[in-house]
Design a protein around this ligand. Structure first.
Ligand SMILES: NC(=O)c1ccc[n+]([C@@H]2O[C@H](COP(=O)([O-])OP(=O)(O)OC[C@H]3O[C@@H](n4cnc5c(N)ncnc54)[C@H](O)[C@@H]3O)[C@@H](O)[C@H]2O)c1
Length: 252
């Protein structure tokens, strides 16, 4: 029997990078997958990859920063598969590298809306279904930027520190209900979020690799593997952790 057979997993930002790797891993392990993304093209490509490999999934287009869209997304998961066992609230965006006094209020609002409010709205919509089942696992995607500061990325860093705090508080609120909530803190991972920057600023690759004592960037699949473990019954005593998967960055 596969590890997630009979279970339903929702992944936001499933159309690219870490989210896509998580969707593919859940499907390989037998879960029925609800792929969310704001970009239809990416979400449909993940759906195609899952179906091609013989898995089961649906794609739902929803912007995680909009409450009505998030509620409709979770309802579509319930309508399609009747339950929700695992939720990876993973959708997130970066920001241009600028010092605080050069940044705009619009940038702050945009980053917070997706990275922090989006995680809050998703948990708010997901938790009632998990409480009804008496069981569920949520993994929010924070970042190493949720554990330490980074020059030129204040809104991103603040949003990810927020995800860590939100995760810890929600985790202890529901700790006795069977709903486990954790977050994951990836180091620098080779996804479009990072590789887009490298096209304009190739020198940044050295900087990013230099942040990782292991001497290379992480792969999306290495984060997905940890997300699945945190969602699995093997992680039954993990509650409210900010789990670093970072090639040694936070230890360095
Ligand atoms: N790549 C890294 O180095 C790294 C490191 C730490 C944390 N993270 C976090 O991991 C998560 C995934 O990032 P990634 O690296 O895979 O990036 P990515 O850009 O490859 O994927 C992010 C996906 O989220 C989607 N998305 C963006 N805004 C959305 C919204 N409002 N609603 C729904 N979907 C939306 C995008 O369309 C995209 O498909 C993010 O939360 C990011 O902050 C990434």
């Amino acid at each position: 029997m596969k590890r997630f057979e009979g279970r339903v997993a929702l992944v936001t930002g499933g159309g690219s990078g870490i989210g896509r790797a998580a969707c593919l891993a859940f499907a390989r392990e037998g879960a029925r997958v609800v792929i969310d993304d704001i970009r239809v093209e990416g979400g449909e490509e993940t759906l195609r990859l899952i179906k091609e490999a013989g898995g089961e999934a649906v794609f739902v287009k929803a912007d995680v920063s909009k409450a009505a869209e998030v509620e409709a997304m979770v309802q579509k998961a319930i309508d399609a598969y009747g339950r929700l066992d695992c939720a990876c609230n993973n959708a997130g965006i970066g920001e241009p590298l600028k010092r605080v006094h050069k940044t705009s209020e619009d940038n702050w609002d945009r980053v917070m809306a997706t990275n922090l409010k989006g995680v809050y709205l998703c948990m708010k919509a997901e938790i009632p279904h998990m409480l009804k089942q008496g069981k569920g696992a949520i993994v929010n995607t924070a970042s190493l930027a949720g554990l330490h500061g980074l020059v030129g990325q204040t809104a991103y860093v603040a949003s990810k520190h927020g995800v860590v705090g939100l995760t810890k508080s929600a985790a202890i609120e529901y700790a006795t209900t069977g709903v486990r909530i954790n977050c994951i803190c990836p180091g620098v991972i080779a996804t479009p979020l990072i590789t887009h920057q490298l096209t304009d600023k190739p020198h940044m690759e050295k900087v990013y690799v230099g942040m990782e004592p292991i001497g290379r960037l992480g792969k999306p699949e290495e984060i997905a593997a940890a997300m699945l473990w945190l969602c699995s019954d093997e992680a039954s005593f993990c509650v409210g952790s900010a789990f670093s998967v970072d090639g040694g960055e936070v230890a360095g």
